[in-house]
Write a protein that binds this ligand. Structure first.
Ligand code: GDP
Ligand code: IMO
Ligand code: MG
Length: 433
């Protein structure tokens, strides 16, 4: 019976969804604590299809954006924590898909009354402000939704229980936005109709909008298995990431206190998820980016195209300086190393063990992007392997070079590796602990 956090260590898309889905088989609760539809967590699962000849299982993919990735397990209760920004339209769609995927009318979700609503005007504001192009965001309106939270005027899910207050808040915010950006960008938006539609949407779930921090802490008190699923990742964290090329929420372990109301002291396991190489989608420094054939190969073999936006992900080698930094920020109990299968077929695999700035060796991840941009990676080359490793389930089955690679990563990061993922399927893992 444990409380377990699953956190991204790089610039997102490490395979958090897959790891959470796998752990959720045993879990009673699974909570998201940050972000919104900027997240895209792909999970491969067995859908049960009822046929004339009995039940058959069909492997399918589910892309989670708002709902926690443990929600396909009917026994696992999902929570959208207070640190999230929730787009009601996207949520409605995702709930319908979830109900179909798990053959149940009950999505089994709770929503924090303190979570903020991401309204249709937030993406408009984001476009008008130019952040979508300048920062290459997901264009979902994440920044403006968190801005309203910080400005202390955001509409929260709990406000839906007070319709007049909710309508007033939305009207005031819209009026303010129109004054700043003009009427034109908002011409399709009628504040009152919008509020009525959202109130109607949440009617069936009003009693599920509650103090989810209380529920999660009670579950931990009762020794339930509780998962806390991070969205985005350490290097995209508003404070600890590569600012300003970051998201607007806390994606590190501290974000669990902030965004779920669960103290990190209550966690038994803090699992950091890292790909065996690195990707980044969107703008910002990326010292180990490889724009040669090797990077293209990682993109092709790893299917590195965004879950949320379809954008090609920038690809490169594993950055151990950044990994060590992510371990420092999160104090992990273990690593989950994903997509090791994608590295099969390289003669040599590079890993960055330090940087050089203007000829000087740097061992620590720089906080300022101005410095990070100047970093040239100092690589160590490790022998690759040719075999397809997606069928391996024990360490001994892995080629020696793959075993050595895992060991090198673990030793350098100073953190044990709990699991190595060798395919998107939930059983495609090599367990190490
Ligand atoms: P998340 O945002 O961290 O949940 O990651 P994404 O779902 O955005 O991206 C990870 C992608 O890699 C998904 O399509 C997963 O199905 C896939 N994936 C996860 N683990 C593995 C793995 O070990 N090998 C391969 N080949 N694919 C994986
Ligand atoms: P998951 O949870 C990868 C990136 C965007 C952009 C920056 C800011 O699937 O790992 P935002 O829309 O959040 O204001 O964009 O952050 N970004 C992600 N990249 N995976 C994600 O989530 C991301 N969420 C945001 O591309 O560079
Ligand atoms: Mg993703």
């Amino acid at each position: 019976m444990t409380a377990t956090a699953v956190l991204g260590l790089q610039w997102g898309d490490e395979g958090k969804g897959k790891i959470v889905h796998m752990l959720s088989m045993e879990a009673d609760w699974c909570a998201r604590f940050n972000g919104g539809t900027n997240a895209g967590h792909r999970v491969v699962y067995d859908r049960i299809e009822v046929t004339n000849n009995g039940n058959v299982t069909v492997p399918e993919e589910f892309a989670f954006h708002l709902v926690p990735s443990g929600s396909l397990n009917v026994n696992c209760t999902g929570v959208l924590g207070n640190g999230m920004v929730v787009d009601p339209y996207a949520l409605q769609e995702e709930i319908e898909m979830l109900k179909r995927a798990k053959n149940s009318d009950d999505p089994n979700l709770y929503f924090s009354e303190s979570a903020h609503l991401l309204m249709p005007y937030h993406p408009i504001v984001e476009r008008s402000a130019g952040s979508t192009s300048e920062l290459d965001t997901t264009a979902k309106g994440i920044g403006p939704a968190y801005r309203d939270k910080v400005k202390r005027r955001g509409a929260r899910l709990g406000d839906l229980k007070f319709p007049e207050l909710f309508k007033e808040k939305v009207a005031r915010t819209l009026e303010w936005e129109r004054r700043v950006w003009g009427d034109e960008p908002f011409k399709e938006i009628d504040g009152l109709m919008l509020c009525d539609a959202i109130l109607k949407m949440f009617e069936p779930y009003l009693d599920r909008i509650t103090d989810t921090g209380l529920l999660l802490n009670q579950a931990i008190d009762e020794n339930r298995d509780v998962l806390l699923e991070g969205a985005q990742a350490t290097l995209l964290d508003l404070d600890h990431g590569t600012y300003p090329y970051v998201t607007s929420s806390s994606a590190t372990v501290g974000g669990i206190g902030v965004g779920a109301g669960v103290s990190p002291r209550r966690l038994d396991r803090i699992i950091g998820v890292s790909k065996a190489y690195t990707t980044r989608v969107g703008a910002g420094p990326f010292p180990t980016e490889d724009e040669t054939e090797a990077g293209q190969r990682l993109r092709d073999v790893g299917h590195e195209y965004g879950t949320t936006t379809g954008r090609p992900r920038r690809c490169g080698w594993l950055d151990l300086v950044a990994l060590k930094y992510a371990h420092r920020v999160n104090d992990l109990t273990e690593l989950a190393l994903t997509k090791l299968d994608v590295l099969s077929g390289f003669d040599q695999i590079k890993v960055a063990v330090a940087y050089e700035i203007d000829g000087e060796r740097v061992e620590h991840f720089p906080a300022m992007p101005q410095n990070l941009e100047k970093c040239k990676p100092v690589y160590e080359s490790l022998p690759g392997w040719q075999e397809d490793i997606s069928g391996c389930r024990t360490v001994d089955e892995l080629p020696q070079a793959a075993q050595d690679y895992i060991q090198f990563v673990s030793d350098f990061a100073g953190c044990p590796i709990g699991v190595v993922s060798v395919g998107p399927g939930f059983a495609e893992n090599v367990a190490l602990r």
